[in-house]
Design a protein around this ligand. Structure first.
Ligand SMILES: NC(=O)c1ccc[n+]([C@@H]2O[C@H](COP(=O)([O-])OP(=O)(O)OC[C@H]3O[C@@H](n4cnc5c(N)ncnc54)[C@H](O)[C@@H]3O)[C@@H](O)[C@H]2O)c1
Ligand SMILES: O=C[C@H](O)CS(=O)(=O)O
Length: 478
């Protein structure tokens, strides 16, 4: 049995007296590892050590050295890609082909961060534009913010952790990393990988424990100036409420919409939306949960969409051909089944799917739904999607915006004027045209409006949020 513990200042804490938590493969319930749980005192030490390491190590480390460590980390991840994919598959239950895709993106994040760490620039200001500004020079520098608390979810355990850790290191910060309890093994392997890449002890402290204990303690800690959180709206609100004046980045949930207009390439839309709705069993923050289709092509779309969905191969995430594996645990699967049953009782039609077998829920398409049903208005984070007809562009926009969330949307149309008009009208952090809401690259500003979040990630933008602007002015006649 693999027992893993927190790593603070390079030392692992997996002593036998600690309480442990089993990490199980959600598909077959095999034990993947056990975590030796950290408590508040471990978090306290991790924070203190991160503060010290920031002062003694990171403040002195030149950009070229940070770039080199990040580049080496990318190279090592490339060499160990298959090991990381295998562990993501086991601990998260993610089909192996999708686990591999996650690792590939993670390598790129490290490479972006390596390049960007050498390009964190400031600006020189035209001081004489203001009254009394003659003979003065002003410059703005970007300086590291200090120890960053990074709290991450289970669904993209490597990719979303690196969206925080890589920019933080690029910017010259230290990190206190609190990964999800369900997926700690890839986090542990990642910290070991950075050690191999030459990252000094204490720059990346890993604290493996529950959200309620170590996560909450990190959030309120006075010596941590920045929390970057990815996770649910409920936990995000709690963190925001207790973080005081800390800077926060919040990457939260969504019930992402996709709009299909009458002139869209239907095969493209079907092709994209099947994986957007059901990939990783819908446990993706930008998963397609609402599809609005122009009434003139509604039946045609629905028929093609059901047909394509029924072709998905459900099964063991180890199999190369598996498209859909388990949900993260039986609780998540049972909740999904309950939501589907509730919608059916309220008049929705289950066009396909709707079955639960342990942790596996079959890809479910719902029609005849109402906007106040949970399956439409709340975040499902599950393999279910509602397909709804609309008549006019205005109606489609209004129904899309009728949500507390606003992360990312997809718009399918060949009319460029309409595409831009609609994109401009949607209350979203991002809009893709002729792509599904779930599509993401790691180099653009990514994040939500409304209750989908605060701030942006996407390496360069995360660096902005993990640095402070410092103004330095000079009186040239002084
Ligand atoms: N917007 C995005 O980029 C994005 C990306 C991925 C996932 N998500 C969202 O994440 C959610 C699913 O992930 P999850 O189930 O792991 O989320 P979660 O909110 O349950 O947990 C996320 C992290 O928060 C920690 N946590 C829990 N309680 C805490 C507390 N009181 N204080 C501090 N930390 C605490 C957990 O231990 C975990 O590490 C979905 O809502 C999904 O939409 C958003
Ligand atoms: O779950 C939401 C994530 O943002 C998806 S991704 O890792 O960025 O693709």
């Amino acid at each position: 049995m693999m027992i893993i513990g927190s790593i603070i200042n390079g030392k692992e804490r997996s002593e036998t007296h600690r309480e442990t938590l089993e990490v199980r493969n959600p598909y077959n319930q095999e034990i993947v590892a056990e975590i030796a749980l950290a408590d508040k005192s471990d978090m306290e030490e991790a924070v203190n050590n991160s503060v010290k390491t920031f002062e003694t190590t990171m403040k002195k480390m030149p950009a070229f050295e940070r770039a080199e460590i990040l580049r080496k980390a990318a190279d090592i991840l490339e060499e160990k890609a298959e090991d990381f994919a295998a562990i993501i598959m086991q601990e998260a239950g993610k089909p192996i082909k999708h686990s591999r895709a996650e690792v590939k993106r993670s390598i790129q994040i490290l490479r972006f961060a390596s390049e960007l760490s050498k390009n964190i620039t400031g600006e020189v200001l035209p001081m004489d534009a203001a009254l009394r500004g003659e003979n003065r020079m002003g410059m703005v520098k970007r300086t590291p913010i200090g120890p960053v608390g990074a709290i991450t979810p289970f669904n993209f355990p490597l990719n979303l952790s690196l969206h925080k850790i890589a920019p933080a290191i690029a910017a010259g910060n230290t990190v206190i990393f609190k990964p999800a309890e369900k997926t700690p093994v890839s986090a542990y392997m990642l910290v070991k990988l950075f050690e191999e890449a030459g990252l000094p002890d204490g720059v990346l402290n890993l604290v493996l424990g529950t959200g309620e204990t170590v996560g909450a303690h990190l959030t309120i800690h006075k010596l941590v100036p920045k929390i970057t959180f990815t996770g649910s709206l409920a936990v995000g609100k709690m963190i925001r409420d207790t973080a005081g004046l800390k800077k926060v980045t919040m990457e939260l949930g969504s019930n992402s919409p996709n709009l299909i207009f009458e002139d869209a390439d239907l095969d493209n839309a079907v092709d994209k939306l099947v994986m957007a709705a059901f990939g990783y069993s819908g446990q993706v923050c930008v998963s397609a949960q609402r599809i609005y289709v122009h009434q003139s092509i509604y039946e045609q779309f629905l028929e093609k969409f059901i047909k394509a969905t029924n072709k998905l191969k459900i099964g063991d995430p180890r199999e190369e051909s598996t498209d859909i594996g388990p949900m993260i645990d039986e609780g998540a699967a049972s909740k999904t089944k309950a939501w589907i049953d509730e919608a059916r009782d309220q008049g929705a039609k289950v066009e396909t799917g709707g079955e639960q077998d342990g942790t596996v829920v079959s890809p479910t398409i719902l029609t005849s739904v109402k906007s106040d049903m949970k399956v439409v208005s709340d975040e499902a984070f599950a393999p279910l999607v509602s397909v709804m007809p609309f008549e006019t562009e205005e109606e489609a926009i209004q129904r899309t915006n009728d949500s507390v969330y606003g992360l990312q949307a997809g718009v399918f149309t060949k009319d460029i004027n309409r595409a831009i008009r609609v994109a401009d009208s949607l209350e979203m952090g991002g809009v893709w045209i002729n792509e599904a809401s779930s599509y993401r690259q790691d180099n653009y500003p990514y994040g939500g409006v409304k209750e989908s979040g605060i701030g942006r990630e996407g390496v360069k933008y995360a660096i902005d949020e993990m640095t402070e602007m410092k103004f330095i002015g000079i009186n040239l006649k002084g």
